[in-house]
Design a protein around this ligand. Structure first.
Ligand code: NAG
Ligand code: NAG
Length: 220
């Protein structure tokens, strides 16, 4: 009896310790990358034997997204400068603004779009489709779940509308860039694809013809 109380106290002490993150280390990219690398399964180095909490992991994934957000959504670099029109801008609004002559098609079920000439994958961010917050959530989930499957493949993410879509995250670690995130195909995956699984590109055109809608940037 006594020993189990002592044990519980030790557990409380250990978890309190795990929650304590010095302010400087909390913001360091090194610690964030460490959390992302370690994911859920890895117990980590001996000096930090307690695995990061789910909350810590989500925060690290979102921090990672914040670094690439302006690139992914607006086509702006870290200093807020416009990048070339074909860079980043994985939203219909930003892409069309920079590429007014572009044309493509959307899947009206998933509201994911593609520009064939540029092989560009876009979220439809027009009113009532994907909000910027939802796009951020897709990428955060893909980054989070990618750490469990650190392969070159994309991740299944469940949208608020209930579709299982395929999201590709690239860390940028190999080229010193902020990384990127975009959808890998406009179609929803079947019911067998579970959120967090890896997935392959789902195609650039809606599988069902009735879900296919052309768009012209000049007409948006
Ligand atoms: C188009 O882009 C996707 C990744 O978004 C890539 O897998 C595919 O190979 C590209 N296709 C062409 C024709 O370049
Ligand atoms: C991340 O993966 C887990 C399964 O490992 C899953 O439960 C969770 O829903 C996934 N997140 C999303 C929203 O894709």
């Amino acid at each position: 009896m006594k020993s189990s109380i002592v044990f519980s106290l030790l557990l409380i002490a250990a978890s309190a310790n795990a929650l304590y993150i010095p302010a400087a280390a909390d913001t360091s990219m090194e610690r964030r990358d460490d959390i992302l690398r370690r994911g859920g399964g890895d117990k980590g180095p001996k000096d930090r034997p307690v695995a990061p909490t789910a909350e810590e992991k989500r925060k690290a994934a979102n921090d990672k997204f914040q670094e690439m957000k302006s690139h992914v959504i607006h086509g702006k670099d870290a200093k807020g400068k416009d990048e070339a029109p074909d860079k980043g801008r994985h939203t219909l609004t930003a892409y069309c603004k920079a590429n007014p002559k572009a044309t493509g098609q959307c899947n009206t079920k998933t509201n994911l779009c593609h520009v064939p000439d540029a092989n560009k994958s876009l979220w439809d961010d027009r009113p009532g489709k994907h909000t910027l917050q939802q796009i951020e959530n897709h990428c955060t989930e893909a980054i989070l779940n990618h750490t469990k499957n650190p392969t070159n493949r994309a991740q299944v993410v469940k949208t608020d509308a209930g579709h299982h879509i395929c999201i590709k995250y690239i860390s940028g670690n190999n080229n010193g860039g902020p990384g990127t995130c975009y959808h890998a195909g406009v179609n929803a995956l079947g019911p067998k694809a579970m959120a967090g699984d890896t997935c392959d590109h789902t195609g650039n055109e809606a599988d069902n013809k009735e879900d296919k809608a052309d768009f012209k940037c000049s007409a948006l």
